[in-house]
Ligand binder design. Structure first.
Ligand SMILES: C[S@@+](CC[C@H](N)C(=O)[O-])C[C@H]1O[C@@H](n2cnc3c(N)ncnc32)[C@H](O)[C@@H]1O
Length: 300
């Protein structure tokens, strides 16, 4: 999710959050942007991919699991200190479940298996800083999942395009589109989400799908495919990753000072207790609106 929804409060288990989010996101991708990228990758013998805000590597595993990547060079970029080591640890187990091996060390590794050979590099840097470095990326495809609502897309996209091959493809997925809903309804839902979304806007401006769409067009990029990619969790057992994901979202709501300020501690506590009880009983549904885009970097 648009993170937007990931408070980074002390004690927040980011790896567990992203692993649970992966399961929810697996069902969320818009078909036409995905097909645009799958076809592009299929036409290149050994594509180079650059993923921004790559986290623990869920997108890479998704592409491997779908058989979309076999021989490739894959660069993961993430600002989080220690991200390379965390990704290495998580990827080792995740690719083993696909019958593949992770070799090498955090930062520079290889994923090997029958018909699979991926050269993996991890760059621990803020995109803003990486774009100021001397490095360029001969990326055939730039990926960013649940990322653009965290940064200033208007200034970063033109700088990004100047660092990748003209006409490189992009697949920007899971960008928050402004609505979060949980059901059954509660009298304080509107107050909670209004304060919560307001705090996102206060932190970063209206950084969601509409802003990304505008910034893509202003940067000279082509949008070849787009579509809704909402995260949806139906009521169901509390032990599922999907329910753990919703639990993380409730934790981030709890940690957001603007929500406490708007509702006061008692009303917020009552709302959270009701929601957590519903989650434990398997009766809570969750939805967050998102959009996926795919297309081409400017030809310059
Ligand atoms: C919501 S997480 C998504 C991670 C991954 N794409 C996924 O969906 O599992 C956003 C990631 O972007 C990274 N990030 C945030 N701001 C960044 C920046 N300015 N430059 C590079 N990475 C950044 C965070 O460290 C985090 O790992």
């Amino acid at each position: 999710m648009s993170d937007a929804h990931t408070g980074s409060a002390a004690g927040f288990d980011y790896v567990a959050y992203l692993a649970a989010k992966r399961v929810v996101d697996d069902a969320s991708f818009a078909a036409t942007p995905r097909e645009f990228c799958v076809q592009h990758l299929a036409a290149i013998t050994e594509p180079s991919l650059l993923e921004l805000g790559a986290g623990i590597g869920t997108m890479l595993v998704r592409l491997l699991a779908a058989g979309t990547l076999r021989r490739a060079r894959y660069t993961m970029l993430d600002a989080d200190r220690g991200a390379a080591a965390r990704a290495h640890a998580w990827l080792g187990e995740a690719v083993a479940e696909l019958g593949l091996r992770l070799e090498g060390a955090p930062g520079r590794a290889q994923i090997r298996g029958p018909e699979v050979s991926v050269e993996l590099r991890f760059v621990e840097a803020r995109l803003e800083d990486w774009l100021s470095s001397a490095e360029t990326a001969r990326a055939d495809l730039v990926l960013a999942h649940s990322f653009w609502d965290l940064v200033d897309e208007g200034t970063l996209l033109p700088r990004l395009w100047s660092r990748v091959a003209p006409g490189a493809r992009y697949w920007f997925t899971g960008t928050f589109a402004g609505e979060t809903r949980v059901a059954p309804a509660h009298a304080d839902d509107a107050a909670v989400w209004s304060a919560y979304h307001g705090s996102m806007r206060a932190r970063g401006g209206p950084r969601h799908a509409a802003a990304l769409r505008r910034a893509l067009l202003e940067s000279g990029a082509e949008i070849d495919a787009e579509g809704p990619a909402d995260q949806r969790v139906s009521p169901g057992p509390a032990t599922r990753p999907q329910s753990r994901f919703v639990g993380f979202i409730l934790d981030t709501v709890e940690c957001e000072p603007a929500v406490g300020a708007a509702l006061g501690p008692e009303r917020l506590e009552a709302w959270l207790s009701r929601r957590r009880a519903q989650l434990a009983a398997g009766t809570l549904a969750f939805e967050a609106t998102q959009v996926d885009f795919a297309g081409r970097a400017p030809l310059r």
